[in-house]
Design a protein around this ligand. Structure first.
Ligand SMILES: [Zn+2]
Length: 197
């Protein structure tokens, strides 16, 4: 394929999502660690989150050599957004509390677990989780379980929990357009047949 790509959102230039991507401020910093297998996925929602948040950074890799520098950012407490026995549900910041450096692995569950295995510093971070009951709008890819969210949706929920009552809904705009575009391209009928609940 030789279709011209937008260098920023990596969509074909005819379907560039950049005009829909916001530029949002947050107290929280977000560090997205993206498995290389996700980079060229049509629904690269981690990239949309990284572009739409002023305090977000996306790094692609499997082993992260400079992880200790990435995780030790003065003024922030690094926490891994990943399930685990001791994972704490996220709560709104108290006034004087140091904000989080929210570290978000992006990949399938298997790939994300492998990243943790290959990066002991990552696996050793205290973990945080989202409150139960998140409903995904991500209707295209089979979710691994009830309440499973796409990366950008998980980040929106996390930031809204930490920074309530601030809304981060504009971050979902390009994602929603992407989903609608994919459904339209597939044809509603095929979509319904393949994705019956
Ligand atoms: Zn673009």
């Amino acid at each position: 394929m030789s279709r011209i790509q937008c260098p920023r959102c990596l969509r074909p230039q005819t379907h560039c999502l950049c005009p829909l991507i916001p530029s949002l401020d947050s107290r929280t910093r977000v560090l997205l660690l993206q498995h290389p297998s996700e980079v060229n996925h049509a629904l690269n929602t981690a990239r949309l989150a990284a572009l739409g948040l002023n305090r977000a950074e996306l790094i692609v890799g499997e082993v992260f050599e400079d992880l200790s520098a990435l995780l030790n950012q003065p003024g922030y407490r690094a926490r891994l957004l990943f399930p685990g026995e001791d994972a704490q549900p996220m709560q709104a910041y108290a006034d004087s509390e140091e904000p989080l450096l929210l570290v978000v692995p992006d990949g399938t569950w298997r790939k994300a677990r492998k990243m943790l295995h290959l990066n002991p510093l990552l696996a050793a971070l205290p973990r945080v989780t989202l409150a139960e009951g998140g409903v995904s709008r991500y209707r295209l890819r089979k979710a691994p379980g009830p309440g499973a969210l796409s990366t950008v949706e998980a980040i929106v929920q996390a930031l809204e929990a930490l920074e309530a009552p601030t809304t981060f809904a504009p971050l979902l705009k390009p994602f929603e357009a992407l989903i609608e575009g994919q459904i339209a391209a597939m044809g509603e009928e095929v979509y319904r047949k393949n994705h019956k609940q």
